[in-house]
Design a protein around this ligand. Structure first.
Ligand code: NOJ
Length: 551
């Protein structure tokens, strides 16, 4: 007989999830690096913000070759960040506050310090220890050419040679060797890790590089000299990404998730086209997949309308719920993206970073208006909203970190051609004054900050915004509170008779949402304005503003 589902089995479908990049959130012990106890201390802040869940980016032991996505041990806490006991305390405090906990799981690669990789290096070519990773002989008479033309996401070849002459594969940094997922030992060990954290009360998992685990390693290795972009056709036959056989892994994971009550939730990080994304999100697999489409869209009504429509349709067809993302630890913060001229594309944004944020000059006021209008729009959609720490303060990118302080491997590995992602990872400002509470880091901690914070950070601090009823923080708090009341179903109906620059839809229960992407005010529909992303006047909705209305 079928079991009755747990009453909270679907908690994730409409959740607001707040991403914490732990090293940059709050530092309780003054070493300049944020830690687990720092998160625990800020649980009241998270509760007041009104989020449903926290997604904690990697907190495992790591040499930080890639911000913690190089994991030494999947079943422990980095001593720099605390202990398992600290983790349990944080988890308990979050749960007491009604906030669930999602942890990041990094299955494509470990770090080169992982005990298995150390064993592999010590073992002979062809040994079982090497078979957990992807070791191959090189090409050419002396084997001194890499085994294939595959490239690393961070620049350069995806192969590194070891002293005995073999090469190992790393789709990211050399310190991140890729696992061989056709090896049952690897599959078993990850299921053990999923149970380890699930037994400790973790509610869900964010799955790093979910589209990369299965690889076609048949000899001769097929040529693939580029990292496929989202818009390049990926049809399940690429040797490295989004292969059809990746899905059996997640079916096995689903069996583990369903051992728990409520079942553990999961969300795939899979940079694949919209139509392929739904496969990872099937209820028999992870349940959700990040929708990164809007990270690549300019501030434009038509682009938003298309993306929203497609994503709602795709997720409905697979039984998943949609996800919405405007910022995370890998991309330029959205108030800065929207402050730049449209049409720059990824290359233009990279060049802007290289110019230290000076060329082109951002229009910060417009950037913030568009950022808050788009956040308020997305918060009104069915599905989960993933927020990135600091966006609730309207925080911008820090594009001018001194070059000698950049920590992202992208900077080094591209020979200083790309600056990388440090500008969105600068430790959060909690106080107006830089030297408040005995520290010099805007209240982040008493021992400075591991990435330098600019002088303008204080005006975006929690302390400054908590006392300002018109702050971005106040807007997020109000919107999240209202959303809890208003979000009762997963349906939506677009308004069709609106000007081109306007996007408007109705949700059941008399909830009308309207965004003016243009710059000319439009008449405000009648009803009670529940919240707006900017000031309203004379019955008009100004440009670059969203309002929620009760009809
Ligand atoms: C995606 C993560 O979000 C990113 O930060 C990391 O560098 C890569 N995966 C490799 O783990």
């Amino acid at each position: 007989m079928a079991q009755t589902p747990h009453p909270e089995a679907d908690w994730w479908r409409q959740a607001v999830v707040y991403q914490i990049y732990p090293r940059s959130f709050a530092d309780s012990d003054g070493d300049g690096i944020g830690n687990i106890a720092g998160v625990t201390a800020k649980v009241p802040y998270l509760k007041a913000l009104g989020v449903d869940a926290v997604w904690l980016s990697p907190f495992y032991p790591s040499a930080l070759a890639d911000g913690g996505y190089d994991v030494d041990d999947y079943r422990d806490v980095d001593p720099k960040l605390g202990t398992l006991a600290d983790f349990d305390e944080m988890s308990a405090k979050l749960h007491e506050a009604g906030i669930r906990l999602i942890v990041d799981i990094v299955p494509n690669h470990s770090s080169d310090r992982h005990v298995w990789f150390q064993e592999a290096l010590a073992a002979a070519p062809g040994s079982p220890a090497r078979d957990r990773y992807i070791f191959r002989n090189g090409l050419g008479p002396n084997g001194d050419q890499p085994p294939s033309d595959w490239v690393s996401h961070f620049g350069g070849s995806a192969w590194t040679r070891v002293p005995d002459g073999q090469w190992y594969l790393h789709l990211f940094a050399p310190e991140q060797p890729d696992f061989d997922w056709s090896n049952p030992e690897v599959r078993d060990d990850f299921r053990k890790t999923l149970r380890f954290w699930s037994d400790r009360g973790v509610d869900g998992f964010r799955v790093d590089v979910a589209h990369g685990l299965a690889k076609d390693l048949a000899e001769p290795l097929r040529s693939m000299p580029v990292i496929p972009e989202l818009d390049i056709q990926v049809d399940g036959t690429n040797p490295l990404f989004d292969r059809d056989d990746v899905h059996t892994i997640f079916e096995e994971w689903r069996e583990v998730f369903n051992e728990y009550s409520p079942p553990r939730a999961a969300v795939a990080e899979a940079w694949v086209p919209t139509t392929r994304r739904a496969l990872y999100a099937r209820p028999t697999e992870l349940g959700q997949a990040f929708n990164f489409d809007l990270l690549r869209e300019d501030w434009d009504a038509e682009g938003f309308r298309k993306s929203i429509t497609e994503n709602l349709a795709e997720s409905a067809a697979s039984g998943a719920s949609s996800t919405w993302v405007l910022s995370n630890h890998d991309v330029i913060r959205h108030p800065s993206r929207y402050a730049l001229p449209t049409g720059l594309g990824r290359e233009g944004l990279d060049e802007w970073l290289l110019s230290d944020g000076l060329d082109p000059l951002p229009d910060h006021a417009a950037g913030l208006r568009r950022a808050t209008a788009s956040t308020l729009l997305l918060l009104a959609l069915p599905g989960s909203m993933y927020l990135y720490q600091g966006e609730e303060l309207g925080l911008r990118e820090v594009p001018d970190i001194p070059r000698d302080q950049l920590a992202d491997p992208i900077w080094l590995r591209t020979g200083h051609q790309l600056k990388g992602r440090d500008g969105c990872r600068v430790p959060l400002p909690w106080t107006v004054a830089r030297d408040a509470a005995g520290g010099s880091s805007f209240g982040f901690g008493s021992g400075g900050a591991h990435l330098p914070q600019p002088d303008w950070f204080g005006q975006f601090s929690v302390e400054a915004e908590e006392v300002d009823p018109d702050s971005v923080l106040a807007l997020y708090r109000t919107a999240l509170r209202l959303r809890r009341e208003l979000q009762t179903t997963e349906t939506l109906e677009f308004e069709t008779s609106v000007p081109t620059d306007v996007l408007s839809f109705r949700r059941p229960g008399g909830w009308l949402v309207i965004t003016n992407f243009g710059t000319t005010p439009v008449p405000l529909p009648s009803g009670e304005v529940l919240v707006a992303s900017g000031p309203l006047a004379d019955g008009q909705l100004p440009g670059e503003t969203t309002a929620w209305i009760r009809e």
